[in-house]
Every structure is written in structure tokens, then in C-alpha cells.
Design a binder for this molecule. Sequence first.
Ligand code: TMP
Length: 253
Amino acid sequence: MARRKKIYEGKAKILYEGPEPGTLVQYFKDDATAFNAEKKDVIDGKGVLNNRLSEFFMSGLNAIGVPTHFIRRINMREQLIRSVEIIPLEVVVRNVAAGSMSKRLGIAEGTALPRPIVEFYLKDDDLGDPLVAEEHIIAFGWASQQDLDDMVALALRVNDFMSGVMMAVGIKLVDFKIEIGRIWEGDFQRLIVADEISPDSCRLWDVESGQKLDKDVFRRDLGNLVDAYTEVARRLGVLPTNVTHASKPTLIN
Ligand code: TMP
């Protein structure tokens, strides 16, 4: 039997050649990493949840006219996506101070920001994905001024959509990271949301209790990651059927 062609393997996903030109198959692994892969683990069921959740967010974005790479889900762990040329920048949007921003600027975690702040990080593991200014991006040619303007607009639309969807189920969208890719349509280039949108790439806090429902559970050893992601999926009504073996069966009296 012919083996399908692996195009790229990252920390949490694998990309395979797709069935048609311009498409890829994105496979979600159970691997979790943090702090530039210094901390790693395999977490049973994480890939299945992220495949479903990324499908949910990306198809919602497609439906409101925010273009993404998502075409359709294939199975529990795989989705069909458009092949893009990834811009080598991580685009982070923050609504509330947390994580590296709190550390860098000494702003207490949980401080509401006066407006959403968009930041760019250079995708370079050897350098630990450093924060970069728009000046660096233009000077070094990682993206053009037009790309930057489009990326900020795209990121803010994703923020509005995601904030609303999460708030409707009692979850605060603290911050998130997206990756953006270029596609060519004839002579025209368009930027679309790529990679994934999942609790691996967002900070999600329960509005009532402040409980963390995202990858900080793994980064900071706060409990069971699959339970946290399952709670997000359950509230959004996208709990897959027979997901994981991670939670124990409950006795019904
Ligand atoms: P940070 O506070 O560590 O800079 O992270 C900001 C947001 O970006 C947070 O929601 C987690 C997400 N993120 C990723 O998805 N991948 C990464 O490599 C990093 C550093 C952050």
C-alpha cells in the first residue's frame, strides 16, 4: 500500500499531502509541549479535542466571512485544510494581562487592558520566538506593511468572534495566538487564518471562578488538561462522541 507523504511535523500536529492540489491533511497529535519544548508530555485525547474545537472556531469564522484554512473535518484526529504559505510570525491578541506580557512589563495577571493589544513574535525556536516590532518585520522583510495592516485587522476580527463565542458560555478570552498564511487567487494574494485555534493557543478563564481551562493547566501543573478542554467542548456543545479514555466512568445511581 502506498504511504501518504508527510509534509511537515510540528510539536502538536502533522501535515500530510492532501487529496487535491492546494490541500493538506492536518493531523492533531496528543503531544503537549511548553516553554519551547522544555516541558513535554503525551496527553491522551488532547488531539481529538483540539481537532473538534479548531473545526468549531474556524468554521464559525468562515461562516461570518473571516477566511481560514479549514475546509472540513475528516475524522477524529484529521481535518482537510487549504495549503498556505505561513507568514513566520505568531500573532498574539490580548484582552487581559497574563503570561509573558505580565512577566515582561510587571502588570499583574488578570488586569483588564484598555483595548485589545496585538503583538508579533518571530517564529524561530532557536531564538525562543522573540517579540518583534513592526519596524523589524518590515526591515527584515518577514511581511509587508500591507500584510501587517491585514494581519491586525484579521486578528481583531478573530478576537471579536472568539470573545463573543466564549463569553456566551461563561468563559473569558484572555488572549490567544494565531498564525496567518498567504494564498494566491490568480494574481491576487489573500491572507487567511491558518494553523489551529484551540485551548492550546488561547487563555480561557471561567468567568465565575477564574478557573483556567487552557494549556496553562499543563504549563503550570494545575490539574487534568483533558478535563479542562472537555469542559470547554461541553459548554460549546461540540463534545465528540466517545472521545477519550482520560476521564473515569461515573456511577449512575
Ligand atoms: P504568552 O503570554 O506566553 O506570550 O502567550 C500568549 C498567548 O499565545 C497564549 O494564549 C498562549 C499562546 N501561545 C501559543 O499558542 N504558542 C506559543 O508558542 C506561545 C509562546 C504562546
